[in-house]
Design a protein around this ligand. Structure first.
Ligand code: GLN
Ligand code: ZN
Length: 773
């Protein structure tokens, strides 16, 4: 007898996951207090247990059933990928001392692996599919221990069951786990983490059996990796891995739970056949980013298809009629049943609109955060006859939103329509270099920073006081000017060549601009997890974008008035502003990007007019939005690069345009970076010791480049000798004419002590290298 016959049906309505951080960031605060040594592990466990209790009773109260596995159990102290690694004991060798006799790692050890300690580097962190969440990269080698050891999920399940809620445990699926892993240091050439599939599957089989024994009718295995085709592993190998893994995990057995494999973020192209044939009881498909399978899938008649029709990745109210149609179309695929869910976990969106009393009521009526999305899933499961009010409210939004003032501004639309190709091009690079050399008078290997200086406690205090109304606008501006003056004096003392104002006035590099542009709203409590305990509050881009007044000119002009050195103005680029906001869903992203670009173009013109001759436009998120399917990537790169060019190509020849990108893995985007046509591009390079430069040079990139010589992710101060060595290495690939000297990224998260020492060493090393030219 196969297991699913004796199990309850898959719930008619569910969500793939729910925010884990707590409605008021309770988990963040508890975890940080544990890190600071203010509370012990016991207290942290108690807070987490309380948070889980509140989440599951809240979800049950919202209408997800308490006894039918519709409440997901997806808690994590830091990251779900790290949790999966520790559940199967896959601890990198350098952390072996943290592993107890039973193969587990305690909470303190867990955070050590996540955050590093002394010379021991943490697991690398990288972005989770095309979202702004970052996960920890497991390191898997031929000898990495892999066996089921970590019972946290089982204990959490039992804890919930004892409290009367039969949850659905959520785990990162085995194939995704291995595709997200990297080969451990020292693994032989040709080794791929996927080579350990059988071991991982054996460990998962035991974990699943333990969950079934504890009483779990359903377990959710998240396999988002199956929606992407950009892995190094060939597609056929991924499919074979799916067949092999799920053939084993879903084999008939009375000791396993029913399996729900969720595939969020894009279309499940590659492996639906293998999944359907494997015996898994339910498959979740993303019908927001993806679509229903359009060919016959053998075996699908035995499977429940879970239609992800409520967007877990954005905050707009669902068009319930359209969603109901998608579900009806999914019925046509011939599955045993079709049920309703979100497209992804809801951990990409804030908890609830109830915590936003000051949001404009009209805008608010268009939105759905996590709790409201739970309501939408339930309404869809009930259908238009069962939930007439929800369907009527959804129709009302559709009829009012397009015509509400601000959504479409004729002047913005006309300006975009009137653009010509010339608006996307600057003068030839050689002419720009000549014009810039004539005015800037910079030494070879010019030194600069990426923009922000440490955000001190005083700066944060002043901003909080200003927000509470305890500091007037004038007083606040005075404090910021004083900070800028301090930062300018410091840079002059250090002997840096191109100065910055330090960005003290920026709460965040996107929100700062969102607050000053028309078309954006900001939330008060709309926190979402970015990584670990870090949360961001994305702005909401709801209408046509325009710039009512200059945004940065006063600060930059003030800075320039304090010094005779060149000052670099600092803006955030259109793609990054989009990537780190919730964006409107009623027009192509490229159109929205161009609207933001025009606002930035005006800002650049004003900066130029105020005498600022160097302007940096940061695009750290350029790579983040890269589509998960190769076929979609070129179109994305085309519009994103064009929006940057639209923003910057109004600059005159003599204005030096810089851009900054936060990473060093260029690969598929190297041509795009060249296409930005910036005069100078700064990138991360210190951690990889300039390894990237030969590739960049081979690509034909021929403009200024500033490979970072200081890893700002760590408090470590690079020595003068170390920087000298990095610069000599860089000079081997890039001529002195084009090489800039700068840290990897902004300094806002660093303390002053290490910042000053590091910059001093950088300047000294540069002088040493210059002397030898
Ligand atoms: N100019 C920004 C800073 O220095 C850039 C930050 C980033 O790239 N994320 O902080
Ligand atoms: Zn950066």
């Amino acid at each position: 007898m196969t297991q699913h016959l004796s199990q309850p049906e898959f719930p008619a309505a569910t969500v793939l996951g729910y925010p884990r951080i707590g409605p008021h960031r309770e988990l963040k605060k508890a975890v940080e207090s544990f890190w600071a040594g203010r509370t012990d592990a016991h207290a942290l466990e108690a807070t987490a247990s309380d948070l889980r209790a509140r989440t599951r009773s809240h979800l049950a109260a919202l209408g997800l059933g308490a006894d039918d596995a519709s409440v997901p159990l997806d808690f994590s102290y830091y990251d779900q990928v790290l949790d999966a690694a520790l559940a199967i004991g896959a601890v990198p060798e350098r952390f072996t001392d943290l592993v107890g006799d039973d193969g587990t790692v305690d909470l303190a050890g867990y955070f050590t692996i996540a955050r590093g300690e002394g010379d021991r580097a943490p697991l690398e962190m990288t972005k989770w599919f095309d979202s702004n969440y970052h996960y920890l990269v497991p390191e898997i080698g031929p000898a990495t221990p892999i066996r089921f050891v970590g019972r946290r999920r089982v204990q959490e399940f039992t804890e919930a069951l004892n409290a009367g809620v039969r949850t659905r445990p959520v785990l990162v699926g085995p194939v995704t786990f291995l595709l997200l892993s990297k080969a451990a240091d020292g693994a032989p050439a040709g080794f791929s983490p996927l080579d350990r599939l059988d071991d991982v599957v054996a460990a998962y089989a035991e974990l699943l059996a333990a969950l079934a024994a504890a009483g779990a009718p359903w377990v959710q295995l998240d396999e988002p990796a199956l929606t992407s085709d950009t892995w190094d592993v060939p597609r056929d190998e991924v499919k074979a891995a799916v067949a092999r893994a799920y053939g084993t995990l879903a084999a008939p057995s009375s000791s396993r739970p029913a399996l729900f494999v969720a595939t969020p973020y894009a279309r499940l192209g590659c492996a639906i056949r293998e999944l359907a044939a494997s015996g898994v009881e339910a498959i979740g498909v993303d019908l927001v980013r993806g679509s229903a399978p359009d060919e016959d899938v053998a075996g699908i008649e035995n499977v429940t298809l879970v239609g992800g029709v409520v967007d877990g990745h954005n905050i707009w109210r669902t068009d319930l009629d359209a969603a109901a149609e998608k579900l009806a179309a999914l019925e046509g695929v011939g599955a045993a049943r079709v049920t309703t869910s979100t497209s992804t976990s809801l951990f990409h969106v804030p908890h609830t609109l109830d915590d936003e009393p000051n949001l404009d009521p009209t805008l608010k009526s268009w939105l759905a955060f996590a709790d409201e999305k739970v309501g939408e899933v339930l309404a869809l499961a009930a259908g238009p006859d069962g939930a007439p009010e929800a369907f009527a409210a959804s129709r009302e939004v559709r009829s009012t939103r397009p015509t509400t003032a601000g959504v479409r501004r004729p002047e913005v639309r006309e300006r975009l329509a009137a653009l010509t190709e010339a608006d996307f091009h600057r003068a030839a690079y050689d002419a720009r270099v000549a014009a810039q050399d004539a005015v800037l008078d910079l030494p070879p290997l010019p030194t600069t920073t990426i923009g922000s200086f440490p955000q001190t406690a005083e700066i944060r205090r002043a901003r909080a006081a200003h927000r509470r109304g305890e500091l007037t606008d004038a007083q606040y501006a005075e404090e910021m000017r004083a900070e800028i003056a301090r930062v300018v004096t410091l840079q002059e003392e250090l002997g840096l060549d191109v100065l910055v104002h330090g960005e003290p006035e920026r709460n965040d590099m996107v929100q700062y601009f969102a607050e000053l542009l028309d078309g954006f709203a900001v939330t008060e409590n709309g926190w979402v997890q970015s990584y670990g305990s870090r949360c961001t509050r994305p702005s909401i881009l709801w209408g046509d974008v325009s710039r009512p007044a200059p945004m940065t000119v006063e600060w930059s002009a003030y800075t320039a008035s304090l010094t005779s050195a060149p000052v670099k103005g600092m803006l955030t680029g259109p793609v990054t502003i989009l990537a780190w906001s919730f964006v409107r869903d009623d027009q192509p992203l490229g159109d929205t990007a161009n609207q933001v670009a025009l606002a930035l173009r005006d800002e650049i013109a004003d900066l130029q007019a105020a005498g600022i001759g160097i302007i940096q436009v940061d695009e750290p998120a350029l790579r983040e939005l890269l589509p998960l399917r190769r076929a979609d990537q070129q179109a994305y790169l085309d519009w994103s690069v064009r929006s940057f060019r639209l923003a910057t190509s109004g600059a005159v020849e003599a204005t030096q345009v810089h851009t900054h990108l936060c990473y060093s893995e260029f690969g598929e985007v190297i041509e795009a970076i060249d296409g930005l046509d910036a005069d100078v591009t700064s990138i991360e390079a210190a951690r990889s010791r300039m390894e990237i430069l030969p590739d960049i040079e081979r690509s034909g990139f021929a403009r200024g480049i500033g490979p970072g010589v200081y890893d700002i992710h760590s408090p470590r101060v690079p020595s003068q000798a170390e920087v000298t060595e990095l610069l000599s290495a860089a000079l081997g690939s890039v001529g002195a004419r084009r090489l800039w000297v700068n840290p990897d990224c902004g300094l806002k998260t660093r303390g002053y002590a290490e910042t000053v020492d590091s910059l001093r060493n950088i300047v000294a090393a540069t002088r040493e290298v210059r002397a030898g030219l």
